[in-house]
Design a protein around this ligand. Structure first.
Ligand code: SF4
Length: 317
């Protein structure tokens, strides 16, 4: 079997959350023993409600947050301990908000050049050539490269963020809600651009979103996260046709809003909100699960392998 483009093994992240002056800090497990691998040229969609750990997972993979345990490998090479510049050549981010992720005082071409400049050993002529190539790849003109971000539309700014991610020709792009801040009409253009770039450049995406319709459109495989764990990971078509975990079924039945900032989508599971500082015993989903039965409250389910993926539920067999 060929080496996956990216492999995550047992990744874990704990925080200490203050409870005030006189109480000891609480332990919050944001990501708990998450493992997966993504073949080159594929897209793994990661979905779940706010606070499920998907952004913490992305930040650890990008090296923006130190894991409490586990490891990330790109093309079989471990990223922990790797030089920051070498890591940047392998993996790059595209974040949700192109309004805040671009420096408003720099011109577009200088923003795109920054990852190359940070490498420290690239000739100016090569930087100019690669910036021009990246602008063209994302459908921006040389003239737009001379503007400031405030002189561009939201969709054009996200194209700049994508061009900046591509300029080092990375293997992996982590897209964290890349279309959530955009108008619906622009979202489709950015998704089509990402699909085209993946095909042309052989990129591998980790695509994080709360919007299931978007994930269904782009992902070859989907991981559903709940309270820090992947509870179902399946081939995309199979997951949307026949979800096997009760939480995935609830997500698919819900009406998920594509608008950012409108809070947790109503997944129709009542008022009990998942709290990473207070993870229930047994199956962590059991207080909200419509299919809960006696063992669920005391015994954590094992991961069950299916033909097309994995499910963590006592009923999965
Ligand atoms: Fe529901 Fe039990 Fe399955 Fe957990 S293990 S998802 S509580 S049926």
């Amino acid at each position: 079997m060929s080496t996956p483009a990216i492999e995550v093994r047992g990744l874990r992240r704990e925080f200490r959350a203050s409870q005030g002056l006189f109480a000891p800090p609480r332990r919050v497990v944001a990501v708990d023993d998450v493992s997966f691998s993504v073949p080159a040229g594929s897209v793994l969609g990661v979905v779940g409600e706010s606070g499920c750990g998907k952004t913490t997972l992305a930040r650890m993979i990008l090296g923006l947050l130190e894991p409490s345990g586990g490891e990330v490998l790109v093309d079989g090479k471990r990223l922990d301990g790797m030089d920051r510049r070498a890591r940047a050549r392998l993996i790059q981010p595209v974040f949700q908000d192109p309004f805040s992720s671009l420096n408003p005082r720099r011109r577009v071409r200088d923003i795109i050049a920054m990852p190359l400049v940070a490498q420290g050993n690239v000739a100016t002529s090569e930087i100019d050539r690669r910036v021009a190539e990246s602008l063209e790849r994302v459908g921006l003109s040389a003239e737009q490269g001379t503007r400031f971000p405030s002189q561009l539309s939201g969709g054009q700014r996200q194209r700049v963020a994508i061009a900046r991610a591509l300029v080092l020709r990375p293997r992996i792009v982590v897209c964290d809600e890349p279309t959530s801040a955009l108008d619906v009409s622009v979202q489709a253009q950015i998704l089509n651009l990402l699909a085209e770039l993946r095909r042309d450049l052989g990129l591998t995406y980790l695509f994080i979103s709360h919007n299931l319709a978007v994930v269904e459109h782009v992902a070859s495989e989907v991981a559903v996260m709940y309270l820090g764990r992947i509870v179902e990971r399946r081939e995309s078509e199979a997951l949307f046709r026949d979800p096997r975990h009760p939480y995935t079924r609830a997500l698919l039945d819900s009406v998920l809003t594509p608008e950012p900032g409108l809070g947790v989508p109503d997944v129709g599971l009542g008022d009990i909100m998942p709290d990473p500082a207070n993870i229930p015993p047994g199956c962590r989903f059991h207080p909200r699960c419509p299919a809960c039965f006696a063992p669920c409250a005391t015994t954590a389910p094992r991961i069950t392998s299916l033909e097309d993926g994995l499910v963590e539920c006592h009923l999965a067999g």
